[in-house]
Design a protein around this ligand. Sequence first.
Ligand code: FES
Length: 180
Amino acid sequence: MAVLDKEELAVLKAVADELPEFSRTPSQLIPVLQSIQKKHGYLPKLVLRLVADHLQVTIARIYGVATFYNQFRFNPPGRNPIKVCLGTACHVKGGEIILENFERRLQIREGETSADREYSLERVACIGCCALAPAVVIGEKVEAYVTPSKVEGIITEIEVRKEMAAREQQRNETAASTNE
Ligand code: FES
């Protein structure tokens, strides 16, 4: 948690520097939120207070707008962002069950990021490949016809890749230290 707080403070400082670029009017709310989301990947809670003061709007109004558009998120994205499609086709083919499986496997709820920042989970509207329903996007990659056992396979694959990268890094560090 301390790591997230530190990061949140860094974002807060950056946003405080960026806000004067926007005029102090409520009509700037969406452009300001989009700019923060684009640069920092999410809207930290502390930052919303800053935005409210600058644009002279209430926090409730900001939450109302930010929760209406699903492009905005309130938690930092994980290194492996998982987006479960719950558009009509995916919903009909069991998208909710897939979302539940990810929640159970990762021990986080939709809209959250795991404490180690490895995973974030969210539901999204149609991603445009309904013929592959139920579909999930992991990072940039679309996973088709996802089943509960495939959820397990997806996470295992990520974990294996992570372990291999850690070993590779360790090998490189060992090689570098023996060459010194
Ligand atoms: S509804 Fe999921 S891809 Fe269209």
